[in-house]
Design a protein around this ligand. Structure first.
Ligand code: PAF
Length: 280
């Protein structure tokens, strides 16, 4: 496995691969890798000749400095995990390498950016789009793999790719869950063990909401039942729980038979912010 820490190392490696006509699969990450990331790498390995993984904790996409400071950084273990799935190239740039000049580019994605994460994390998706654009320019992947857990991020990157004609095929891979149902996330490492049982309720709330929707309950009723569901779990503070149209992420007041639906949640468990979703 080759480790590139600089843009010039990565560029010459990619140039060689392109000359050899290799199909490049790319998994962008912020490290603290878990089985969710590994599933993306395995998928990329099956579909491509070469798998490139980037590990870069992008400072510009954090709204909360404490969240950035506490974001887990586990380079040695990450490299072990990547070796185990036969990743070919790891791009591990320092902040100065990615941002030799302060970034002044601003992206705007309209309505899809105003809701859910976008409503609570102003500027977040502009920063994600900027770093993903930079990474796509550097890695020049044929395919890029993202997790469904960050559904809004995926849909926004899809817009970025379509609107700027990036020659890359995007793959949205299913959420990987622990046995308890908790969606795997790099942030889970920061959850206090005593709070974990409350964390399991997040997925249970999604499953409950899904079954209520399928029974024909109105969205307002579902949301009120879900708020009641969360009441006993004092460690969990619900930030949003939304029933939305799957492609636009706009709220659905009245569900019609042909609606493609996503149910999305963000909640604090202690001081760790977690997101999850389920598709219908
Ligand atoms: O999903 C992530 O880990 C990050 O948002 C990404 C796509 C690597 C951009 O920094």
């Amino acid at each position: 496995m080759q480790i590139c820490r600089t843009v010039s190392e990565l560029r010459s490696t990619i140039d060689n691969l392109k000359l050899l006509g290799k199909k490049i699969g790319f998994v962008p990450t912020m490290g603290a890798l878990h089985q969710g990331h590994m599933s993306l790498c395995k998928e990329a390995k099956m579909e491509c000749d070469v798998v490139v993984v980037s590990i870069f904790v992008n400072p510009t996409q954090f709204n909360n400095p404490e969240d950035l400071a506490k974001y887990p950084r586990t380079e040695t273990t990450d490299l072990h995990h990547l070796n185990a799935v036969s990743c070919d190239i790891v791009f591990l740039p320092a902040v100065e390498e990615m941002y030799p000049f302060p970034s002044s580019i601003v992206f705007s994605f309209g309505n899809i950016e105003q809701v859910l994460e976008g409503a609570f994390r102003p500027g977040h998706f502009s920063a994600v789009a900027t770093v993903v654009s930079k990474l796509f320019h550097l890695v020049q992947p044929h395919l890029a793999y993202f997790g469904q857990k960050d559904l809004q991020q995926y849909l926004i990157i899809e817009q970025l790719v379509n609107q700027l004609s990036f020659p890359v095929i995007l793959k949205c891979c299913p959420i990987v869950r622990a046995e308890s149902g908790l969606a795997l996330s790099s942030r889970n490492a920061r959850i206090e063990a005593s709070l974990l049982p409350d964390g399991y309720k997040i997925y249970q709330s999604l499953v409950l909401a899904k079954s209520l929707v399928q029974q024909g309950e109105k969205t307002a009723v579902v949301k009120s039942k879900i708020r009641q569901f969360y009441n006993p779990y004092s460690a969990l503070e619900l930030e949003y729980f939304e029933i939305v149209e799957r492609d636009t992420l706009q709220s659905i007041e009245e569900i019609k038979d042909n609606n493609k639906i996503a149910i999305c949640v963000a909640a604090y468990l202690g001081n760790v912010r977690l997101i999850d979703n389920i598709l219908l």
